[in-house]
Design a protein around this ligand. Structure first.
Ligand code: GTP
Ligand code: MG
Length: 195
């Protein structure tokens, strides 16, 4: 995942706009503002590759990035964001769910969870959808830099307990900070193993 080897391919607003499913892909899902786009930028060492911002609802399309010889990286719109017109939110959420449930080449969904907040009911809903669709998912804790080690451990315990009830959950949880670089090597290695 070297910076020069990752490129933006396209932003997709409907299922019929998805690129050909000719290679494996991994996606980054999670609540609005959890840090999906920032994590893709940190992983690829490209600060402005995926648009990140402090305003929830920043990513409104399914953004595809190509990696040389590896899987597509897919940046998803956030879920659980109520502050946009209802019709718009419903459209993104429908697309997000159709994508997660119906993409044959989706090899792993990274479900990002804010280390300060833990797993919320909307996360559970997405995890249940992934269970039903038999899409292996792996929890990536974000913004670990905002908590003490004890705070991180507390959330980890909650996450472990909840994951035990999800058959599609991969047991290893990755603790990350896009800001400080924590966990990035681990994630890169996981992604390389999928490519
Ligand atoms: P949507 O596209 O709206 O769903 O959001 P997103 O999940 O893509 O979040 P994004 O990457 O845009 O980040 C949201 C905010 O969190 C930004 O202000 C980031 O700077 C901040 N942020 C992301 N990752 C980290 C992190 O590891 N540490 C800290 N301290 N802040 C972070
Ligand atoms: Mg985003």
């Amino acid at each position: 995942l070297f910076a020069a080897e990752v490129e933006f391919l396209k932003g997709v607003v409907a299922m019929d706009g998805l690129p050909p499913d000719d290679r494996p892909e991994v996606c980054f899902a999670g609540r609005s503002n959890v840090g999906k786009s920032s994590l893709i930028n940190a992983l690829t060492g490209r600060r402005q590759l995926a648009r990140a911002s402090n305003t929830p609802g920043r990513t409104q399309e399914i953004n595809f990035f190509t990696t040389r010889g590896g899987p597509y990286l897919v940046d998803l719109p956030g879920y659980g964001y109520a502050n946009a017109p209802l019709g718009v939110v419903e459209k993104w959420q429908r697309l997000l769910k159709d994508y997660l449930a119906g993409r044959a080449t989706l090899r792993r969904a990274f479900v990002l969870v804010d280390t300060r907040h833990g797993i919320k009911p909307v996360d559970e809903e997405i995890m249940t959808l992934l269970d039903r669709s038999a899409v292996t998912f792996q929890v990536v804790m974000t913004k670990a830099d905002k908590l003490t080690a004890a705070g991180c451990d507390k959330t980890l315990a909650q996450v472990r307990e909840k994951l035990a009830r999800h058959p599609a959950a991969y047991p290893e949880i990755v603790m990350t900070s896009s800001e400080k670089g924590q966990g990035l090597e681990t994630l890169r290695a996981l992604i390389a193993g999928i490519g």
